[in-house]
Design a protein around this ligand. Sequence first.
Ligand code: PLP
Length: 402
Amino acid sequence: MNDNSDRRNPLHPSRRSETRVVTAGRDPASYHGFVNPPVYHASTVLYPTAEDYVAHRARYQYGRRGTPTTEALEWALQELEGPNCAGVALLPSGLAAISTALLSVVHAGDHLLVSDSAYTPARNFCDKILTRLGVTTTYYDPLIGGAIAELCRPNTRAVYLESPGSLSFEMQDVPAIAQAAHGKGVIVLMDNTWASPLYYRPLDAGVDLVIQAGTKYIGGHSDVMLGTVSANNAALASLKDTVRLSGLCEGPDDVYLGLRGLRTLAVRLDRHYKSGLAVARWLEQRPEVLRVLHPAMDSHLGHAIWKRDFTGACGLFSIVLKPVSQTAVYAFLDALELFGIGASWGGYESLAIPFDCTPTRTATRWAPGGPTVRFHIGLEAVDDLIADLERGFAALAAAARG
Ligand SMILES: *Cc1c(COP(=O)(O)O)cnc(C)c1O
C-alpha cells in the first residue's frame, strides 16, 4: 500500500551517519517547505467516491495503517539501518517491538533459542505467552558463538540475541551466530538498543529482524514509550502482516517525539559515549570496585568483539563492587544526588540501580564476585558526576563501618 517511494529521500550510504540522522526521511516539499512533518492526529481517511472506498484506492486508508508522520520516522530509521533494511515497523514500546518481532516468526510447535543475557521481560514473554501457544524456548550462553548450531533442533525457528546484555554486558559474536543459524535455516533476531544503528548495524551482519527500544536513546528525553523493528527483505512481509493484523500502532505525538529525538541522536550518543567511558575509567581505579563491565574498555571480556564490530558505545555499563553489605550498597545509591534511581535509560539524565541476574539465569551462572550496580551516564558534566560518586563512596564506607 505504502508504495509511494518516490517521495522518499534517496539512500545515501556514502554519507556519514551523523549526516544521515539529520537528513533521513525528510521531505519538506510535501509539507509546504516546513522542515518537519506535521503531526497527523488521524483515524478516518475520506475517499472521493464509493468506488474508491471499496477498492481501497487511496494513498492512506486509516489512521492505524500509517500516516505521513509515522512514515517519516519509519523511513528515517530505514536509512540509518543501511541498505539491508527493507522496512521498519513502529510499536508502542520496546517490549511490544520484541513480542511483535517474535510473533512474526513463530508457529505452534516451534523451538526458540534466546540468549541467557536477554532483557528479562523478553524472557517473560517467551516463558508466559509463547509457551501457551506451543512454542518452547531454550536459553543459551551468550558467549556461544558459532556453536549455536549444536543447539538447533529440527523445529528451531529462530535465535534471539541481545548484545551487549543490558545488565551484564556480555558481547555476542553476532556474525558467527547469524551465519551458523542461517546454515540451519533459522531466523535471527537481535535487540540492538544499546548500540543503536549509529554504532552497530546488525542487518549487515546477517540479522533478519532488529529491535530497538526507541524509548531509550531515540526518544532521548525520558518522555516517550516507543519501539521499532527493522527487517530485511526476507522478514519484512510477515512483520508488517503481524503488526497490521494485531492492530498495533504508535500514537502520533510519540512518533513525533521519536523523530525529534532522532535528529540529535549522533551528538547525544557521542557525549554519552565519551562521558560514560570517562566515568567507567574513574570507577575502575576505585578501591571499592572489583570490576567494570564496559565493552569499550580493554579489561572487558568482550572487548575484541566490540572493537571488531561496533563503532561506539552508549552511556550504559555496570560495575561489580568488592563484597559489601546490601545496606552499604543502598547507602551508596541513596547518597547520590545527580544519579536518579529508576528503570530505563537513554535519557539526558544519569541513573544508577542495583541489580542481580542470579534469579533469572538458567543457562549460565551469574557469580560476579560482589554486588552489582548499573549506571546510565547522562549529559551532565563528568566532573560533577564523579564528585557525586565520591559522595556515594563516602556513604558506602560509613555504612560498611556500621
Ligand atoms: C528498555 C528496554 C527494552 C524495552 O523497552 P520499553 O520501551 O521500556 O518497553 C527492550 N530492550 C532493552 C535492551 C531495553 O533496555
